[in-house]
Ligand binder design. Structure first.
Ligand code: TXA
Ligand code: MG
Length: 328
């Protein structure tokens, strides 16, 4: 299949909507990461997402809506806390609620619940509006790879697997949405993201942070509340080393240089720029992380990431999952 990579315009968005109406899969920008979408209510369309991504089918998809009126069709109950949290919509927050029959098992991976998000990207919102149905979309990477935040990275993974990619520039947030389960008395944070625990608690009071969020390296025992938690994620081919104490970076890089490995470095410190051949400097690592990881993966055996503070939950969660070693 030929994959068209097209700049998002009214015409190309209409073309993408037509493909989606024909139960095809297309990729598009969202404010978090690029998504790989299909009609959430058509099992044969959703199946194609799993094939293109090579994703295990016990891992449910997030269903995206363009307005609150789409919600009644999808969920059997909208808890009061969910309504309060609509202040974050449109935006990078996914709410897990009890699903209605209409949501096919392939979309929710057989769970009685469904994750819903109202995205804040104008291209995606327009696309959903033009389709008139909710769109199921995981991140547009091959399973296990870092999520794409630019269209060319979607192309790297999805060329010849899907008919179209809409290019809407670089995603503004850079990591996937915060996921909150609102089916229990006290909401449970299943995946941290740009919207923080503090921001959520300021609206709905105390929430529970799942153990796997606090320590993503810990093996989950018992039932897994969010199937995505149990899979290795966000991993480039290169080995990722997360350095928390950046006074140790120089020594670490020098050690690796002896082994003649190609080192990639993501840093917030200008004075560390000369440490390695392949270096990216950023003061907004959340925004740039996946872009840097995927670019450095093309030319590095080892990628060292530094400059992430302990209170950056969402970012740390991704990095701890990607890293094979953490230097405290
Ligand atoms: O920002 C995002 O959320 C992006 C964009 C495209 O919207 N999407 C995204 O989807 O990150 P994906 O499939 O890569 O990650 C969805 C995560 C998975 O870990 C999955 O297990 C979890 O959401 N999930 C989906 N439905 C769930 C449910 N009903 N209960 C618990 N976890 C759920
Ligand atoms: Mg993903």
């Amino acid at each position: 299949m030929k994959t068209e990579l097209l700049e998002a315009t009214d015409d190309t968005i209409a073309k993408a909507a037509k493909l989606l109406k024909n139960d095809e899969v297309v990729a598009f920008p969202t404010e978090t990461v690029y998504g790989l979408g299909a009609n959430a209510l058509h099992p044969n369309a959703v199946d194609k997402i799993f094939v293109a991504k090579e994703r295990p089918n016990d891992n449910p998809l997030i269903v995206h809506i363009s307005g609150e009126e789409m919600l009644d069709e999808l969920v059997s109950e909208i808890p009061d806390v969910a309504r309060e949290l609509f202040v974050f919509w449109p935006g990078p927050l996914t709410l897990v609620m009890k699903k209605k029959e209409i949501v096919p098992d392939v979309t929710s991976a057989g769970l009685p619940t469904v994750g819903i998000r109202m995205p804040a990207h104008p291209v995606f919102t327009k696309l959903i509006d033009m389709c008139g149905f909710p769109i199921a979309a995981p991140s547009a990477n091959s399973f296990g790879k870092p999520s794409p935040t630019v269209a060319s990275h979607v192309y790297d993974d999805m060329n010849e697997k899907i008919p179209m990619i809409l290019d809407g520039g670089q995603c503004s947030v850079g990591i996937e949405s915060t996921i909150l389960d609102v089916t229990s008395e006290v909401p449970v944070l299943l995946r941290p993201g740009k919207i923080t625990v503090e921001e959520i608690e300021a609206v709905v009071g105390h929430i529970i942070v799942h153990d796997a969020v606090l320590d993503p390296t810990k093996k989950i025992v018992g039932a897994v509340p969010s199937p995505g938690m149990k899979y290795k994620h966000y991993s480039p081919e290169a080995e990722v080393i997360l350095v928390m104490d950046d006074s140790k970076t120089k020594e670490l890089v020098e050690e690796f240089h002896k082994s003649e490995k190609d080192i990639g470095l993501i840093t917030h410190k200008k004075e560390h720029m000369s440490l390695a051949k392949n270096v990216f400097v950023s003061t907004n690592v959340m925004h740039d992380l996946y872009y840097f990881l995927r670019e450095l993966d093309k030319c590095s055996d080892i990628i060292i990431v530094e400059g992430v503070s302990n209170d950056e939950y969402g970012l740390l969660n991704r990095l701890k999952k990607a890293a094979s070693q953490i230097v405290e």
